[in-house]
Write a protein that binds this ligand. Sequence first.
Ligand code: NAP
Length: 250
Amino acid sequence: MLLKNKNAIITGASSGIGKQIAKVFIQNGANVAIIATSMERLSQAKKELEDIKKDPNQKIILKDIDVSAYKDVEEKFNEILKEFVHIDILVNNAGITRDNLLLRMKEEDFDRVIAVNLKSIYNTCKVIIRPMMKARKGKIISISSVIGQIGNAGQTNYAASKAGILGFTKSLAKEIGSRNICVNAIAPGFIETKMTDELDENLKKQMLQNLPLNRLGKTKDVADLALFLASDMSDYITGQVINVDGGMVT
Ligand code: NAP
């Protein structure tokens, strides 16, 4: 029970990695606010979380928020704050892909990926750091990607957004470290989710050949690191990017 009585907000928690992070947090005693755009998928995720609660008093709040829209984030995060009173942990996980070679990439697809994957982190952190600073504690964890470190043909928008998270994380860690707030990023490699299901089979085979651990990652591999970074066990770690990638980037 590493997160007993802690309050966490997790964006993009209706599926994949974000849902698994919510599960691991719930199993460790946290109250969670889960965020996504579709209330239907959030309600389904809530059912799964209710089934694994450790204590009947653990709270699960759902909010349909487009994390790329500042006003939406501000209004609904304040509603969450009213209910939780303080937020101990923010996990910025929501993300999308709109892949194409740059020659064919539409401006709207570049802009949308930057807005959902990167601008969103400005939005959520801007709202949440003030109460965290007052409380003189907090953990902020953002989900980047190995693609932000090594690039990938067809993903200039995605790679730029994920690389941006790294610079943002290191800068914010320096700004608010003195207030006892730790800001870190996780760079997953290829994890088995809806996002990687859509990848071309040949590309997947090629990826596996270059992976020392020779398997795709599981959402739990990422969620367990998020648990560590959210817990008191990581209180002296900030401004770091930790890879969960089977050895892909060394
Ligand atoms: P996923 O299964 O597609 O989940 C994405 C989540 O983000 C969903 O809950 C989705 O819910 C939510 N979302 C999308 N747009 C949103 C918006 N505008 N506002 C709020 N929520 C939004 O993806 P995943 O594979 O678990 O990926 C999770 C994160 O890990 C992403 O940031 C991704 O870039 C990163 N990552 C994944 C891999 C991988 O191999 N899977 C590798 C490296 C990094 P709604 O659609 O209902 O909004």
